[in-house]
Design a protein around this ligand. Structure first.
Ligand code: TXA
Ligand code: MG
Length: 338
């Protein structure tokens, strides 16, 4: 495995070229984006795309996101592109918005898990964009974690999941957003958020007239990767809703489990750290800074796993802005909610 450390101050063009050549040779390259690290392959090399599924142990029906270097490339990969889609991608790209469009013949079924739609985004990260440009091909990339695990927000997380199984790993530091892109289905009547993420519903609503959240009961569109029990840490995760006497409840729960010999971690916000003095507590960010909370969420969950805690007790975040994406990930990871 080749491991390249690249920063804006030290762009390492020679190493970027080697990484791009690896993509062209059908190899897998883990690279940073503004959201999470991706595990990339040339979208037109089906052998390489198949390798992604194999190494991640990802079900073949779970489609990949295609990463492109500029918005106009959507015309090569998708069809029936509406004015609304163009307005959205011009406004939010490069950035953490993935649009689901009708796929063109250029995209192989393997990439889309057999669906006739394709998910596309232009990442807001210079290393990612340079890699795509140097390789001269769109790059299909899921998050660079084992299937069902937490997405990686730094290169060491990628190594924790795959050790030396990947051909090239580009270390570009910590991902700024820290939570995956918003997946927006543009193939129906109303644009529908299949996965809340880095671009908020509020921000989308300011640009287009109508946008709705995927509703399990009423919507038929299915995002195969949105099953429950995704993004899970190894530890059992108990999610605590906002409620009266929340602190007391959590402390009692910790006591109860400690009596049974369990090792507990409590995940909260900075302001509440002192409430849990003496316990194994970590903060993901300041209460009113949901962006900060999102950016640290996955790394704090991974830190608890590294400590080998048996149970993580986490407080549910506010469900507006990017808090909606935080709550979505926590709810999917949690084995119970109290
Ligand atoms: O921020 C991100 O989106 C990161 C970075 C690396 O770009 N990528 C990422 O990929 O999170 P992945 O594979 O972990 O998640 C992609 C999600 C899955 O839930 C998948 O089901 C959904 O996008 N998806 C992909 N293609 C789709 C399609 N054609 N229709 C509906 N959902 C799709
Ligand atoms: Mg993923």
């Amino acid at each position: 495995m080749l491991f390249f450390k690249i920063t804006l101050a030290n762009p390492q063009y020679a190493q970027m070229k080697i990484a791009a050549k690896a993509i062209n040779d059908g190899k897998l390259v883990a690279f940073p984006t503004e959201t999470v690290y991706g595990l990339g392959a040339d979208v037109f090399n089906i052998k390489a795309v198949s390798k992604i599924f194999k190494i991640k142990k990802r079900p073949l029906k779970d489609p990949l996101i295609v990463h492109i270097p500029d918005w106009k490339t959507i015309f090569d990969l998708a069809e029936d592109i509406s004015e609304v889609t163009i307005k959205l991608v011009k406004k939010f790209w490069p950035g953490p918005l993935t649009v689901v469009l009708k796929k063109s013949a250029a995209i192989n079924d393997k990439v889309t898990g057999g669906l006739n739609t394709v998910a596309i985004r232009m990442p807001n990260n210079l290393i990612a964009l340079n890699l795509i440009k140097l390789a001269k091909t769109p790059i299909a990339a899921p998050s660079a974690n084992m299937f069902g695990r937490i997405s990686p927000t730094c290169a060491s997380h990628v190594l924790d999941d795959f050790s030396d199984k990947i051909d090239v790993v580009i270390d570009g530091g910590k991902c700024k957003v820290g939570i995956e892109s918003t997946v927006l289905d543009m193939t129906g009547k109303t644009p529908t958020i299949l996965r809340p993420g880095g671009i908020t519903k509020e921000a989308l609503s300011r640009t287009i007239k109508s946008v709705k959240l995927y509703n399990k009961k009423n919507d038929i569109i299915l995002s195969p990767g949105m099953m429950k029990s995704h993004y899970a840490p190894y530890a059992r995760l108990i999610l605590v809703k906002k409620q009266k006497n929340q602190t007391e409840k959590i402390k009692n729960l910790v006591l109860k489990f400690e009596k049974k010999g369990k090792f507990i971690g409590v995940m909260t916000v900075k302001e509440d750290l002192k409430k849990f003095n003496g316990l194994n507590v970590k903060a993901i960010g300041a209460k009113d800074n949901l962006k900060e909370c999102a950016s640290n969420l996955f790394s704090v969950l991974r830190d608890f796993d590294k400590e080998k805690v048996d149970i993580i007790i986490a407080c549910l975040s506010e469900q507006y802005g990017i808090g909606l994406a935080i709550a979505d990930r926590l709810q999917k990871a949690a084995s119970e909610q109290i």
